[in-house]
Design a protein around this ligand. Structure first.
Ligand SMILES: [Ca+2]
Ligand SMILES: [Ca+2]
Length: 274
């Protein structure tokens, strides 16, 4: 006799899916985690705070009902801008002030820009100053975790780069804990790097040494691979050529291409021989 046995992993994932669905339905979970006071109608909050929200918070504060995980986040609105993780009578009182228009909460993240550099820029000095605009005078700005100087709607901070690509993260956080973040990549090059003659071992050129100035005929020997990584610039001097007897691999990306140009001050077609 052959018995058909359902596999355990399948049953486990079915159980997990049902449990998750039940939890989402029973708690009315929203994707956001905003301390806005919107808890009513229960299980289906309507995007506004009125007296119904204050009443639910009052019942939670009195122990008459148990808050869901979602209500614990959205209902925790006191102390203002400095939530304490519990819902008590002060949260209900803030909700009443919101419902009656005596108070509005700052739920808007600060807007920041980076104006000193563009994403994927190449710089030739390890020390750079990152700067830009910040629209909220109460906000603190951090560049790679270091506090920036904020003044008259602008911020700036010094950063020391390592050779090659560097991730720059700018965080802004206002006094109500609203946050925003920007991220760019800056390439620090120790170049220019002068190259000529024969390449006799597998070699990679990257933005860390860019631009590569070809100052004489350059030959990639048989069996040898020259890899040119994304963002690298190669400048080939007048009348010189790149002769590939081995392999040439170009790893350009759309956002960070590899460029081959003439090294002549005034560039003309046929300056260099491919
Ligand atoms: Ca509501
Ligand atoms: Ca609270």
């Amino acid at each position: 006799m052959v018995r058909c046995v359902e596999s355990r992993p399948k049953r486990f994932f079915l159980f997990l899916g049902l449990l998750l669905g039940f939890l989402l339905l029973s708690t009315g979970l929203r994707a956001d985690q905003v301390h806005d006071g919107d808890v009513a109608p229960r299980g289906n909050p309507d995007g506004q705070v009125d007296i119904a929200d204050a009443l639910i918070l009052q019942r939670i504060a009195s122990g008459l009902i148990t808050p869901t995980a979602d209500e614990l986040i959205h209902g925790d609105i006191a102390p203002i801008c400095n939530q304490d993780g519990i819902i008590d009578v002060s949260d209900a009182l803030v909700a009443i002030r919101l419902a009656t228009g005596q108070l509005t909460l700052d739920l808007t993240p600060p807007v920041i820009t980076i104006t000193s550099h563009n994403n994927n820029d190449t710089v030739y000095n390890a020390n750079v100053t990152i700067s830009g605009a910040i629209n909220d005078s109460t906000a603190s700005v951090y560049v790679n975790g270091t506090p920036a100087t904020v003044s008259n709607g602008t911020y700036s901070a010094g950063v020391t780069l390592g050779a090659g690509p560097n991730t720059i993260i700018v965080d802004a956080i206002d006094t109500c804990q609203n946050q925003s973040q920007l991220q760019i990549t800056l390439n620090y090059s120790t170049g220019p790097t002068n190259v000529s003659g024969n390449i006799i071992t597998n070699t990679a050129w990257s933005v860390a040494g860019s631009p590569y100035i070809v100052g004489g005929n350059l030959t990639v020997n048989p069996g040898i691979t020259l890899t040119v990584e994304q963002g690298t610039e190669v400048k080939i001097g007048s009348t010189y050529g790149l002769i590939v007897n081995g392999s040439l691999v170009i790893n350009g990306a759309e956002s960070s291409p590899v460029t081959f140009t003439s090294n002549a001050a005034v560039k003309a077609a046929g300056d260099w021989q491919g």
